[in-house]
Design a protein around this ligand. Sequence first.
Ligand code: GDP
Ligand code: IMO
Ligand code: MG
Length: 423
Amino acid sequence: MKMDILLGLQWGDEGKGKVVDVLAPQYDVVARFQGGPNAGHTLEFDGIKHVLHQIPSGIFRENILNIIGNGVVLDPVILKKEIDGLKQFNIAFKKNLFVSKKATIIIPTHKLLDAAYEKSKGDKKIGSTLKGIGPTYQDKIGRVALRVGDILTDDFQERYTALVEKHKTILSFYEFDLDQLPELEKVFFEAVEFFKTLNLVDSEYEVNAYLSEGKKVLAEGAQGSLLDIDFGSYPFVTSSNTMAAGACTGLGVAPSKIGEVFGIFKAYCTRVGSGPFPTELFDGDGEAMRKEGNEFGSTTGRPRRCGWIDLPALRYSIMINGVTQLFMMKADVLNIFEEIKICTHYELPDGSRVDRLTYELNTQDAKPVYKTVPGWYTSLAEVNEYDQFPQALKDYVKLLEVELGVPIKMVSVGPDRKQTILR
Ligand code: GDP
Ligand code: IMO
Ligand code: MG
C-alpha cells in the first residue's frame, strides 16, 4: 500500500484540517510530518468548531491512529493544552495518538528567541507565529536540539540546561528580557511529565508496518507550499519543507511508497504574515473576502491578507509536489462577487509578462494580469451535489482544471464536514 499526502498549495489555511477530517474514515492512519504549533487546522461538525495545532486532524474519528512524525517540532505545553481541551470528547489518546521519539522539542527559550529575532528585524519581520518554530529547526539542523525520546533519558535535565545556557547567551546579545523564563520553565516541565504518559514510539516503523500490512496512511501537511523553506517566498517562509517531499523525510517513508498527492487550494488566496502576495487586494473586495471567509488566523487571530486566485503560483505548487488530485475550498466565499478575477501572469516593471515563480520574482514588483469571469453570485447553501452547482461555478471549476492540468475532485462549499461536494 502507498501513503497518500494532503497538502496546501498556497500560503496555508487552505482548509487542510477540514478535508483530513472528511477523508480520515477512508484511512487507518493520519500523520503530521512537519511544522508544529504554528499550524491551526479547523474542523467543524455537529455544530462544534475545533482548532488543532499539533494533533493530527484524524483524531475525532474512532479507530484511526494519529501520528506526530519525526519531522515535526513539538511544544509539550501546547500539546498538553490541546489534549486537556479535548477531555470531554473521550478520545483514547493512549491508543489513538503516537508521537515520534525522533520529533524535535520546542523549549521555552526557542519562543523567546523567535520573539527576539523578529523584533530585531524591525519592519522586515517575517510575521512569525512566535511559536519557536524557526529557532527549534535551527537547533535541529545545528545538531544541538532535544528530541522527544530525550525526555526519557537520565541526563535530560543537564542537556536541557546546556541548551538554555546557549540560548541565554544569544538572548543577552539581543538584550532580551528573561523575566518570564522561570514561569515558562515551570509549565514546560509539568508538560514534559505529562508527555511521558503518551505513546512515544519510533513512528517510521509504525507507518511502514501499516503500509506493509496493506493499511492506508494519509500524511497531513501543515502550512502551504508557498511557505516551504526551499521553494516558498524566502525569507518570508516557515522553516520546514511543507511540500510532498517533506512527508518522506518527516515520516521515514520512501518516495517509491507515495500514492496520491491531494493538493488543496482556496477558490481565492490568503496569506498571514509578511512577504510577497501579487494578487493581494487592498480595496473593498479584499475586505469583503476577509469578512465573508472569516479570514482571521486560526493560531494567532491576525486578519489574513486576501486576494484573487493565482494560477502561476498554483501551477508551481502542483509541479513541486506532483499533485494528482485537486480539492477547491471555500467556493462559497466567492458567492458575493458578480465578477471573479483569475491571475494568469505577472507583469514586471519593464513591461514583460512572466508566469514563473523565479528567484528574481521574489524581489520584483510583480503586478497580476487578470482574466475576468462571471461570478455565480448566488448562495450555495442548498447545494448537495455537483450537478446542482450554478453554471458559472461549474465553468470556474472547469477553467481552473484546464489551466492547471489536474482534475478537481472535491469542492468545499462551507466549513462543516457535510459541506463537501465530491466529483
Ligand atoms: P488549515 O490550516 O489549512 O487547516 O485551514 P484553517 O483551519 O486555518 O483555515 C480554514 C478556515 O476555513 C477554517 O475556519 C475552516 O473552518 C474554514 N473552511 C474550510 N472549508 C471551508 C469552506 O468550504 N467554506 C467556508 N466558508 N469555510 C471553510
Ligand atoms: P496552517 O497549517 C498560515 C506563516 C506565518 C509567517 C510564516 C513563518 O494552519 O496552514 P513561523 O511561525 O512558521 O515562523 O511563521 O509562516 N505561517 C502560517 N500561515 N497558516 C499556517 O499554518 C502557518 N504557519 C506559519 O504567519 O508568515
Ligand atoms: Mg490554519
